[in-house]
Design a protein around this ligand. Structure first.
Ligand SMILES: Nc1ncnc2c1ncn2[C@@H]1O[C@H](COP(=O)(O)OP(=O)(O)OP(=O)(O)O)[C@@H](O)[C@H]1O
Ligand SMILES: [Mg+2]
Length: 261
């Protein structure tokens, strides 16, 4: 008999390990992604967050473990496989072509074409302008990306992911180069995507940010999941304790650590 599938869980990573030559980046990590929610992944530098996200986005392959979408095991051999499953990612390291325009970057590898006429640059720029307006980015679609400041490039990366219409949208440190005002706009866009049922995976070192926009939190420490909870049941000190490991228990639930004297 197959176990019942939690309808809210759109993606599940089970027992994921990743060994790079000499480095164990992930050890039997389990991670659940819920639809219509902001699923936070938090941990110190090198904890394995980006590695887990790259595995879910098909960019890296797990050494062991599997990914299930809607309860069905899937093989994500590359990012095109992940995209076909509706998984989009905003990479921590910007992944743009500096010499290409903003619109060309947003549609890179997914160009709008008309047979022999080739790429429809006008249509790409029109649609890029729409998504940039949604992000209130103040960026012209025809601008070469290399002339933009880093925060603007980050917005282009976000626009590119939003444009993919993903049902699972991974954001790995999307706000690291954004101004406070740009962060506010991004949060409104995230709230809007969430309301439309998109599952957001959100990574940030800004813990107050996580408490504010997150619904669920999973904590990684040295490649292992050490805690998970609903955000409403925890606070920043709890997250910090799970991240740095002052708690001696291998796996902590919020109730067991938060109310300790
Ligand atoms: N391509 C790679 N080859 C070898 N080791 C790697 C590779 N990518 C990551 N690692 C190692 O795997 C571990 C986890 O790295 P990862 O980038 O996933 O951490 P992270 O939690 O995203 O950290 P940060 O908060 O700094 O972004 C680290 O020890 C890192 O050095
Ligand atoms: Mg990272």
């Amino acid at each position: 008999m197959t176990p019942p599938v939690d309808q809210d869980v759109v993606l599940k990573a089970e027992g994921i390990s990743k060994i790079y030559s000499g480095t164990v980046a992930l050890r039997h990590a389990d991670f659940e992604v819920r639809r219509g929610a902001v699923n936070v992944l938090v941990g110190e530098n090198g904890a394995g967050k980006s590695t887990l996200m790259k595995i879910i986005a098909g960019v890296e392959q797990p050494t062991t473990g599997r990914i299930l979408i809607d309860g069905v095991p899937v093989e994500l051999k590359n990012s095109a496989d992940a995209l076909r499953q509706g998984i989009g990612i905003v990479f921590q390291e910007l992944n743009l072509f500096g010499n290409l325009s903003v619109a060309e970057n947003i549609f890179a590898a997914r160009e709008i074409t008309h047979g022999v006429l080739g790429i429809d640059h006008l249509e790409q720029e029109r649609r890029a302008a729409e998504v940039l307006a949604r992000l209130q980015a103040g960026i012209e679609p025809g601008t070469p990306v290399e002339t933009l400041r880093v925060g603007q490039q980050q917005l282009v990366e976000i626009a590119k992911a939003v444009m993919q219409d993903a049902r699972i949208l991974i954001m790995d440190e999307p706000t690291s180069a954004l101004s406070a005002a740009e962060v506010e706009v991004l949060f409104r866009v995230i709230a809007d995507l969430k309301a439309r049922g998109v599952a957001i995976v959100y990574i940030s070192h800004r813990l107050e940010e996580l408490i504010r926009i997150g619904d669920f939190v999973t904590v990684l420490r040295d490649g292992q999941v050490t805690a998970r909870s609903r955000i409403r049941d925890v606070d920043v000190p709890w997250i910090v304790r799970q991240m740095i490991g002052s708690d001696t228990k291998p796996f902590a639930k919020p109730d067991s650590s938060r109310h300790r004297p």
